[in-house]
Design a protein around this ligand. Sequence first.
Ligand SMILES: [Fe+2]
Ligand SMILES: [Fe+2]
Length: 365
Amino acid sequence: MNMHSADATTAEEAIAIQETLDSDMATEVAMQDTLLTPRFYTTDFEELDAIDVSGIRDEWDQLIDRMVSDPNKGHFKKNQDWDTVDWDGMEPKLKKEFIDFLISSCTAEFSGCVLYKEMKRRGSNKDITQLFQLMARDEARHAGFINDALREAGVAVNLGFLTQKKKYTYFRPKFIYYATYLSEKIGYARYITIFRHLEENPQYRFHPIFKWFEEWCNDEFAHGEAFALLMKTDPKLTKGINVWWIKFFLTAVYSTMYIRDHQRPAFHQALGVDPDWYAHEVFTKTSKLTQQIFPITLDIDNPRWAAGLDRLRRANVDLAIAKKEGRKLAQFGASVRAGLAFVGLYTIPSKKHKVPSVTRMEPAY
Ligand SMILES: [Fe+2]
Ligand SMILES: [Fe+2]
């Protein structure tokens, strides 16, 4: 009793603890359904289970040993550093955007947890199941901690309900590698950029959760390392036609982040962060990190890049308005504009790199 999801050693334990808490909460399900944009994924678990890590054993064991040592056990819970949050006094627009941010972050964390937990459950390969169990453990703690923050605002994401009701998107394993690797590394870059900014400008830290971002992003960093190593087991994954897929995922992940962040102006203003600066900073860091395994990076300093992102963002705003108003023709027009803007971004020549023979890195930002 009285155990916290931060102390749980498995994902199952952490979710069960969170669910006991939620049974007494009024969950604002309807609201969450409109905001839960991050997807849930499923894949070909047998193919994943067949991965042989013996060719990268040294790097693999170092990573797993570190995760087994569990440096962040017990970290993700409120302590004396958790300042009181004045939810009632918070400016309504900021409150709405911040809750939206927390819900979508919680869903993204939990989406990772569900995928990793399922891989652990279905697999029989000791290396793979061990890795996925460790990652599921971390993501369950992260989701649980965000839920703790949301509960103070009278909102909570019912994790059990989400697992059952949310739609799952099937991705082939290689697409899971590209998408998940990128989301872990961009997650690291996002959290560490905010953490460092608030370290220098503490007057903008309007909520205590940001104090936890450093250890948090180190977990995401480690998860990204794991996917880099999984890709390294099969050199075909980062060659030939697959380089085009890598470029596709880079473009999609970066532009999705850009659009979503620009939907939260009050949140970024409260943090003292210009969303254009933040996007460029996060893309720069992510691009540096992904050179460990991807042979290309996007040319984010090309003038076509910033212009294309803005075009894509505007098309998306118009699309949302047209949808809301039920104007079919305007919807079609905005979709075409969004598609063209994306093609414009995708066709910017990428930068080529030589991939180093040693993959593993340490968080350095
Ligand atoms: Fe996470
Ligand atoms: Fe993660």
